[in-house]
Design a protein around this ligand. Structure first.
Ligand code: FAS
Ligand code: PHB
Length: 403
C-alpha cells in the first residue's frame, strides 16, 4: 500500500489491536520482558473498564494474572470456590472440585480483571490509544506489518514487528486474513442468556447451573453482596419484555422450591441478553498477525471458559514472542496456533456439551428430552462423570509452547 501522508507515525515491537483483557494482559506480560507494545482500542477506557461479562477464573488464569503483576487485589477480593452445583428441576448435585480433582476456581469479575490490567498498563507507561476508529491492518505477510487508524482527527500509522489481534469476535484482525485462508467452524445456538446483576446477597455459597422444564438458569455472584443470575431466553427476545419482577419470578421457578426462598431480589444494576455461539478460527496465525482470545474463538458461557481461554492464548503468545526477542527462538511463534488450538477445542467441547445438557432445545423430540434427563441422572449418580466435569471446569493444564 502506498504510504499516504500520515500526520502521526510510530514504531513498536508488538502492535496490539484491542484493549480488553487479552490485549491488556499481553501488553503487560510483554512489558515485563522488556518488549515494547502499543494498544489501539476502539472504545474509551471508561467503556472498557465498565463492561460486565465473565465471573469465574481457572487457577491457570489466576497464575497468569499473578505473574503479570495484577494478582494482589485478586488474591484479596477474589472468592475461591471448591465446588459448584448442577440441578435438575430444583434437585441439586454437588460437583466437588477440590475432592474430585484437587482443584478450585476463583470468582472475580472480568470487570475487575480489566480494571487491574488497565491500571498496570498505565503504571508501566504502555502507550494506549483509546477511541480509535478506522483501524486497519496492512502488510501482514511482510516483516514490517502496520496498523493505521484515526484518533482525535489525526491519521496514525504504526509499524511493528508483529500484530496481535486481541479485538474480540467483531474486530478487524480476523477479517484481515483473506477468507479463503481462514479455517472456521461455527455453531449458533437458538437461544441467548438474559443476565441480571444486582446488589443482593447470593442465594447459595456456590454457583448453581440448573436445568428445568422451563429452561436453563445460572445462579452466580460477584461478592457476598452482589449477585449475578442468568436465564435462557430466545436470542431475539426484546429486553423490555423482561422487567426485573418477571425475571426474578422466572429465576425462582427455574431454580426450584428449595432454592427459591433463598433468592433475595432487588433492582438490576445491569441487565442484558447475550447470544450464544461456538466458534473457532483455526487460522490463529497469518504471517506476522497472531489472533488471541475472542478474535479467534467463542464459547457459550455455560462452561465459564471464554475469558479463561483468552488469558490462556495470551500466556502462550507472550511466551512465544519473548523467546523470539530474547534468543531468536522461533519455535513458539511457529507452534502457537497448534498448541493454543489443542486447549481451545477441548474447552469448546466442554462448553458445547454443558450447553446441550442444560438448555432446552425447542426442536427436541421426546426422546431427546429423555436422553438429556438420563445424561443428567447418570452424572448425578457417577463419581467418574462428575470427575470429568470437574477436571474440565477447573481448567486443563497448559503445554509448553516452546519446542
Ligand atoms: P473482548 O471482546 O473482551 O475485547 C476485545 C476488545 O477489542 C474490546 O475492548 C473492543 O472494544 C476492542 N475492539 C473491537 N473492535 C475493535 C477495532 N476495530 N479497533 C480496536 N479495538 C477494537 N466469558 C465467560 O467466561 N463467562 C461469561 O459469563 C461471559 N459472558 C459474556 C457476555 C458477553 C455479552 C460477551 C460478549 C462475552 C462474554 N464472555 C464470557 C466472554 C468474554 O468474557 C470474553 O471471553 C472475553 O471478553 C475475551 O476477552 P478479549 O479476547 O480481550 O475480547
Ligand atoms: C458469571 O458469574 O458471570 C458466570 C459464571 C459462570 C459461568 C458464566 C458466567 O459459566
Amino acid at each position: 500500500m502506498a504510504t499516504e501522508a500520515f500526520e502521526k507515525r510510530a514504531k513498536t515491537q508488538v502492535a496490539i489491536v484491542g484493549g480488553g483483557p487479552s490485549g491488556l494482559l499481553l501488553a503487560q506480560l510483554l512489558w515485563l520482558q522488556d518488549i515494547e507494545s502499543i494498544i489501539i482500542e476502539r472504545q474509551t477506557a471508561a467503556h472498557v473498564e465498565g463492561r460486565i461479562r465473565a465471573g469465574v477464573l481457572e487457577q491457570g488464569s489466576v497464575d497468569v494474572l499473578t505473574r503479570a503483576g495484577v494478582g494482589e487485589r485478586l488474591a484479596r477480593e477474589g472468592a475461591r470456590h471448591s465446588g459448584f452445583y448442577l440441578a435438575i428441576n430444583g434437585k441439586r448435585c454437588p460437583i466437588a472440585l477440590e475432592a474430585l480433582v484437587d482443584g478450585q476456581v476463583t470468582v472475580y469479575g472480568q470487570t475487575e480483571v480489566t480494571k487491574d490490567l488497565m491500571a498496570a498498563c498505565r503504571a508501566a507507561g504502555t502507550e494506549m490509544h483509546h477511541a480509535a476508529s478506522e483501524v486497519a491492518l496492512h502488510d501482514l505477510e511482510t516483516a514490517k506489518p502496520a496498523l493505521t487508524f484515526r484518533q482525535d482527527g489525526a491519521r496514525w500509522r504504526i509499524e511493528a514487528d508483529f500484530i496481535a489481534g486481541c479485538d474480540g469476535f467483531r474486530g478487524p484482525s480476523r477479517q484481515a486474513i483473506p477468507a479463503e485462508r481462514r479455517r472456521e467452524f461455527e455453531r449458533v445456538y437458538p437461544f441467548g442468556w438474559l443476565g441480571i446483576l444486582a446488589d443482593v446477597p447470593p442465594c447459595q455459597d456456590e454457583l448453581i447451573y440448573a436445568h428445568s422444564d422451563r429452561g436453563f438458569a445460572l445462579a452466580s455472584m460477584r461478592s457476598a453482596k452482589r449477585s449475578r443470575y442468568y436465564i435462557q431466553c430466545r436470542a431475539d427476545e426484546p429486553l423490555e419484555d423482561w422487567p426485573d419482577d418477571r425475571l426474578w419470578e422466572e429465576l425462582k421457578r427455574r431454580l426450584g422450591p428449595e432454592i427459591a426462598p433463598n433468592i433475595t431480589t432487588g433492582p438490576a444494576l445491569e441487565k442484558s441478553i447475550a447470544p450464544l455461539r461456538s466458534f473457532v478460527c483455526e487460522t490463529m496465525r497469518f504471517g506476522r498477525l497472531f489472533l488471541a482470545g475472542d478474535s479467534a474463538h467463542i464459547v457459550p458461557p455455560t462452561g465459564a471458559k471464554g475469558l479463561n481461554l483468552a488469558l490462556g492464548d495470551v500466556h502462550y503468545l507472550s511466551t512465544a514472542l519473548a523467546a523470539w526477542y530474547r534468543d531468536g527462538n522461533a519455535s513458539g511463534i511457529e507452534r502457537y496456533a497448534e498448541v493454543a488450538l489443542r486447549r481451545v477445542w477441548k474447552a469448546e467441547r466442554f462448553s458445547w456439551m454443558l450447553t446441550a445438557l442444560l438448555h432446552d432445545f425447542e426442536d427436541d423430540d421426546s426422546f431427546g428430552k429423555r436422553m438429556r434427563l438420563a445424561e443428567l441422572e447418570y452424572i448425578f449418580s457417577s463419581k467418574a462423570a462428575q470427575t470429568s466435569i470437574a477436571e474440565n471446569y477447573v481448567g486443563l493444564p497448559f503445554e509448553n509452547v516452546l519446542a
